[in-house]
Write a protein that binds this ligand. Structure first.
Ligand code: ZN
Length: 479
């Protein structure tokens, strides 16, 4: 029989029994707490008694998150990328997870609920433990039992990988960009020949050879293109191999090879070469992220030739199927016009990552609920825009954003259907969160979290609609 403590009303989906005790989550003032009723379990917190029933009121600490993961494995991440459909929803703020979970009650894709790069951690002042703990508590509170993954995203060094694995992350996205040469494509045939070092063994496998990968697709290598491809990618391949041998092979984690952060798109031939070399060298991976043609800028729809995208994407998808991994699409936030094609050509086997779009929904909520605060932040964002731009490739033009002094409060939320404004707010998130008053206190952060906390249900609604639209379009064309 469940034991509920009167003063602590449970979140309805959070009630579970374990060894005769009832464990559930409740809200006390502005904070969630865990209640362990009916006796001891080794959670840290305050022991109390109500009508002869012992209970512990346990705060949402790291130790208690670890206990939850131990007692209720559905609150712990696991490798999930081998399932047909997976969808990454980084929650930079640690407040978006309940809204995300509403979406995954409706779609069978398995979510990657914790998904952060080291840069995101630095910009938000959080740790891998913080990020995962917030997810564990949200999953417990909402009773989400289908499983989820945790992605150490865009990791570049052994130290970063060790950190993510130590914190229990179940997916490693290896960012190979620092090992990919961006200067080769512009070289003449002579320059390429000069740069290239002979490798007879490798050449005999590729030059003049054709690979029939099924579905009517053949990949053929001629000499110069082969040499160019080797020069661009060979160091990245070697890097991915060494990381695999040292950190992935003996750990139960999903391995994603990311070659998307490059100056030029990954051609299908280059994609094939990287995949073929990794397989040949014994590297097992579950997903690969090539860079596609066109632009996947932050927070706005796809920019580029849709016809060309479809044509090339279908070959990328065939290559992935041939080798037996999934294509991973990065910067997937708001790329509505390409989602139907991604679903179609992958035949419903995809991984898509979104990260910043839940931040934009959170800021839209601010514009809806506290116009004064939004106006302050908007002006600040314009001030720091040039500084933020150093880290992002965006084509934002500030002069196209309406002057907010001419807008009524009720018009402020509409700014979020304006691409230039979306990018302005998107790329300045770290500076907004870290802005300080002269006395060292936070300029916006505390007020923002207070607002998000007070309106958590409306925030969840916004996310359900917005992330839901992503899934709806991804599912549109393959069923
Ligand atoms: Zn990426």
């Amino acid at each position: 029989m469940e034991t509920i403590i009167k003063g602590y009303k449970p979140y309805s989906k959070s009630v579970n029994m374990l060894n005769g005790k009832t464990i559930y989550m409740s809200r006390e003032k502005d904070e969630d707490v865990l209640i362990i009723a009916g006796g001891d379990l080794d959670f840290e917190g305050n022991a109390a008694e109500e009508n002869g029933v012992k209970y512990i009121k346990a705060p949402l600490t790291h130790n208690n998150a670890c206990k939850l993961r131990e007692y209720f494995p559905f609150t712990a991440p696991k490798p999930v990328l081998s399932t047909s459909r997976t969808f990454g929803v980084g929650d930079r703020l640690g407040v978006a997870c309940p809204g995300h979970l509403r979406v995954f009650e409706k779609y069978d894709a398995i979510p990657i609920l914790a998904q952060q790069s080291i840069r995101e951690l630095n910009l938000t002042g959080r740790t891998y433990d913080d990020v995962l703990d917030a997810v564990t508590f949200a999953v417990y509170r909402e009773g989400f039992k289908r499983g989820f993954g945790a992605d150490g995203d865009h990791l570049k060094t052994a130290e970063e990988l060790e950190y993510a694995i130590k914190c229990g992350y179940t997916m490693i996205t290896l960012d190979c960009s620092e090992h990919i040469r961006n200067d080769i494509n512009a070289m003449s045939e002579e320059q390429v020949a000069k740069e290239y070092h002979e490798d007879e063994a490798l050449e005999s496998l590729y030059i003049g050879k054709s690979f029939d990968i099924g579905e009517g697709v053949t990949i053929s290598f001629e000499e110069t293109e082969f040499k160019r491809t080797v020069l661009i990618y060979i160091k990245a391949i070697e890097f991915a191999c060494s990381i695999y041998d040292k950190y992935i092979k003996n750990n139960n984690v999903d391995y994603e090879i990311s070659i998307d952060e490059t100056a030029t798109p990954t051609t299908p031939l280059q994609h094939f070469f990287v995949a073929n070399e990794l397989k040949r060298r014994g590297v097992k991976f579950t997903t690969m992220a090539p860079r596609f043609c066109g632009e996947f800028q932050k927070g706005v729809d796809y920019i580029g030739d849709l016809g060309q995208f479809e044509k090339e994407f279908s070959v990328h998808a065939t290559i992935a199927r041939h080798f037996g991994y999934k294509i991973s699409v990065h910067s997937g936030s708001d790329k509505f016009s390409v989602f139907p094609a991604i679903g179609k050509y992958t035949r419903g086997m995809f991984h898509v990552k979104t990260a910043g779009t839940n931040w934009l929904e959170a800021m839209k909520l601010v514009a809806m609920k506290d116009a004064k605060l939004y106006r302050e932040i908007h002006v600040f964002a314009i001030e720091v825009f040039e500084q933020a731009k150093k880290y992002y490739h965006v084509t934002t033009q500030l002069d196209r954003i309406p002057d907010i002094d001419n807008l009524d409060d009720s018009e402020l939320p509409n700014l979020f259907s304006h691409n230039d404004c979306r990018q302005l707010i998107h790329i300045t998130y770290g500076l907004i969160l870290n802005a300080k008053n002269p006395d060292g206190s936070s300029r916006f952060r505390d007020r923002l979290y207070k607002l998000w906390n007070e309106h958590s249900d409306e925030y969840a609604n916004l996310l359900e609609q917005h992330i839901g639209k992503h899934l709806e379009l991804l599912y549109k064309n393959w069923k």
